[in-house]
Design a protein around this ligand. Structure first.
Ligand SMILES: Nc1nc2c(ncn2[C@@H]2O[C@H](COP(=O)(O)OP(=O)(O)OP(=O)(O)O)[C@@H](O)[C@H]2O)c(=O)[nH]1
Length: 315
């Protein structure tokens, strides 16, 4: 029998195909960079390790994580009497994955009545990520309410409002410059009255005054602990992957100001610095919960370290 025509390309790409496409720039820089070292060196020596280090740091895996990964690699090379550079490839990939281990990534806020505090400096894609998340949660059949508690940045409330409209969810807001804690208080009342499953709060975006930030977050947390004690609470920090090590510095500052439960890493599709996901989990020990790999709603993906490593290293 004659073979039938080529199957039509499915309209919607699967999770992994989209991830792989989103990580193209990082794959090209990191995986191809490492591959050329594995094939270019005839034996394992200091130069070989130095070149690996350079490529890893260039891809923003972070100095500390890179050092630790290479130390482990060297040890295994010694123990297993590996002589061929190419034989290090799988070992290195496995070591990177192990170094990223922060336990299983939990999404309890999808199952329980929850409140998410989403923080991040201006321009990182905080509003966009909240919009995507709200939309996804709504599609899961959950009742979502947004709180426009980033009252500092001009236009932030309108922008969140547009997302609320697009996602078909309610938003609680007061005017620009109002007290973020008061907005959260109102939003909690609304969440209780309307039996919301998840309340997502767009909060503090500024870092230049750490004390203010800390006070603001503390005040919001006090309200949540008092008024919404039975809700599962998480604080998520949004970071822009294209800013590389600067994003790490931001994460550290937010960690100093609040208990951070997870990271949303945006704009991974636009950068070769996607190794930052390794640095975050390996150096900060905080799970990356979502990554942004494009502008569409489905381009906010749950982060899976196994899939990430595979998307980058498996050709
Ligand atoms: N390619 C890509 N674009 C993104 C992603 N996340 C956000 N963006 C886009 O980046 C552009 C600018 O984003 P931001 O200025 O950070 O958006 P924002 O959410 O309004 O900013 P803040 O709320 O201040 O963080 C927007 O057009 C977004 O659609 C992503 O993961 N990938």
């Amino acid at each position: 029998m004659e073979s039938s025509a080529e199957p039509e390309e499915p309209k919607k790409k699967g999770f992994f195909a989209r991830l792989k496409e989103g990580l193209t720039k990082t794959r090209k820089s990191l995986s191809s960079g490492l591959n050329s070292i594995f094939s270019g060196f005839s034996h394992i020596d200091d130069d070989f390790y130095e070149e690996l280090e350079e490529v890893m740091i260039m891809s923003d895996l972070g100095v500390r994580a890179t050092d630790e990964i290479l130390e482990k690699l060297k040890q295994q090379v010694k123990e297993q009497h590996i002589k061929e550079p190419a034989d290090c490839r799988e070992l290195l990939i496995r070591t990177i994955r192990e170094q990223m281990d922060v336990g299983e990534n939990a999404y309890d806020f999808e199952k329980e009545r929850s409140v998410l505090l989403v923080v991040g400096v201006n321009g990182v894609g905080k509003t966009t990520s909240i919009g995507k998340l709200a939309s996804q949660q709504k599609q899961l059949g959950r009742k979502v309410i947004l709180a426009a508690a980033d009252t500092f940045r001009a236009g932030a409330i309108e922008q969140l409002g547009e997302w609320a409209h697009r996602a078909g969810v309610d938003m609680i807001a007061q005017g620009e410059g109002s007290d973020p804690a008061a907005v959260v208080y109102d939003a909690v009342s609304a969440a209780k009255a309307r039996h919301a499953d998840i309340l997502i709060c767009d909060t503090a975006g500024r870092l230049h005054n750490k004390k203010n930030l800390m006070e603001e977050l503390k005040k919001i947390n006090r309200i949540l602990d008092r008024e919404y004690a039975d809700a599962h609470k998480e604080t998520l920090v949004v970071l822009d992957a294209t800013t590389g090590q600067n994003a790490m510095a931001q994460a550290r500052e937010f960690m100093a100001a609040a208990d951070v439960d997870g990271i949303i890493l945006t704009k991974m599709d636009g950068t070769a610095k996607g190794g930052i996901a390794v640095a975050i989990q390996a150096e900060l020990g905080i799970p990356v919960k979502y990554i942004g790999i494009g502008e569409k709603i489905e381009d906010l993906q749950k982060f899976d370290a196994d899939a990430y490593v595979e998307a980058i290293f498996n050709e």
